[in-house]
Design a protein around this ligand. Structure first.
Ligand code: EPU
Length: 311
């Protein structure tokens, strides 16, 4: 482990790279849950050529990598992440590509916070992403996991995505060549989403704004949006609500270490202070067990669990 770390440090100190590079970077600083051990190296390229160059080196040196969106739908284990974590926080441009009477076509870079896109649409009277209000994370993450709420899904506004493949080649894909499902897409983890083109419908600013405000109000009433969480922990089983099943199994307020099942919405687990990933996983197991005992339903995680157990 020590040797591998010095090897990685040596490689990166020689690499021609514009951007941020941090070694043994605590992932709890980069996740909404504020949980997670260190990444061997955390990199945030500032431009495409640096990203390409870095990708080539990672491949050549066989260093594994993990692409970080907003860090809002993941649980990073206490041992942190092996290899490189790539952040896209320098890639956050929204551009109008074309427009006519009815529609507007936008290009949105992958590191753009999803809420910046929602606000941009609200300010300009563009309809199509109102239901995505209050969902944290980046546009890249939202595409990859097909984020959605209130009957709105990311896939419904997507026209194409531009990715960098495992060879470092940049390619644009029409979204009809990609499969999307419930909080899922067929985009490979080795393909880095760089940007997307989306189409929104022009509407009255007041109408778009009213919808956004209404959805946000409903979310705030039902979800602990201001507390450190990773959003919904489990997927809704077909036709059922995971939150309701957990609630009916008597799990609200249940706590292991500093991880607590929210008393507002039972499908949110909150970090009450110094929560660890192992406590979080134990609580997930306990909740899964209780729901299975009570209703016979086996819950599937919605959050992605990544990283190693021990440093
Ligand atoms: N419910 C309870 N107890 C609870 C939570 C919910 O009885 O503790 C009941 C509610 O009263 C309601 C039903 O369960 O009758 C459904 O709850 P809610 O409307 O809050 O929606 P949900 O199915 O729990 C889904 C998404 C959310 C999304 C909302 C709003 C999943 C797993 N959850 O929640 O997405 O914000 O609908 O559209 O798909 C997320 O993806 O991280 C997320 C939070």
């Amino acid at each position: 482990m020590k040797n591998e770390n010095s090897r990685i440090q040596e490689i990166f100190s020689k690499c021609n790279f514009r951007g941020e590079v941090k070694f043994m970077e605590p992932m709890n600083d980069h996740t909404s849950l504020r949980i997670g051990g260190p990444a061997d190296v955390f990199v945030a390229p500032h431009d495409l050529s640096s990203l390409k160059n870095m990708k080539r080196i990672l491949k050549q040196e066989q260093i594994p990598f993990f692409t970080l969106g907003g860090g809002t739908n993941i649980l990073v284990r206490d041992g942190g992440i092996e290899g490189a974590v790539i952040s896209f926080h320098s890639f956050r441009k929204i551009e109008v590509l074309s427009e006519d009477e009815e529609y507007v076509r936008l290009s949105v870079e992958a590191g753009t916070p999803l809420q910046r896109l929602v606000n941009f649409s609200k300010e300009n009277g563009y309809s199509g992403v109102e239901g995505l209000v209050g969902i944290p994370g980046t546009v890249g993450g939202a595409i990859c996991g097909n984020a959605g709420a209130f009957g709105y899904e990311m896939k419904d506004v997507l026209v194409s995505i531009t990715i960098m493949d495992s060879e470092g080649e940049v390619e644009k894909f029409d979204t009809n060549r990609i499969d999307f499902g419930y909080r899922w897409s067929s985009i490979l983890p080795t393909d880095l989403i760089l940007s997307a083109e989306i189409t929104l419908k022009k509407d009255k600013k007041e109408d778009v704004s009213a919808k956004v405000e209404d959805f946000l109000k409903r979310k705030r009433e039902k979800q602990p949006l201001s507390e450190p969480s990773a959003g919904c922990v489990f997927k809704n089983p077909p036709g059922l609500s995971a939150g309701r099943l957990i609630d009916e199994s008597g799990c609200k307020g249940m706590r292991i270490g500093d991880v607590e099942v929210s008393t507002l919405h039972a499908n949110f687990f909150i970090n009450r202070g110094k929560a660890t990933a192992s406590d979080f996983i134990r609580l997930m197991e306990e909740v899964t067990y209780r729901v299975k005992e009570k209703s016979g339903v086996i819950l599937e995680p919605e959050i992605k669990i990544v990283g190693r157990n021990e440093v």
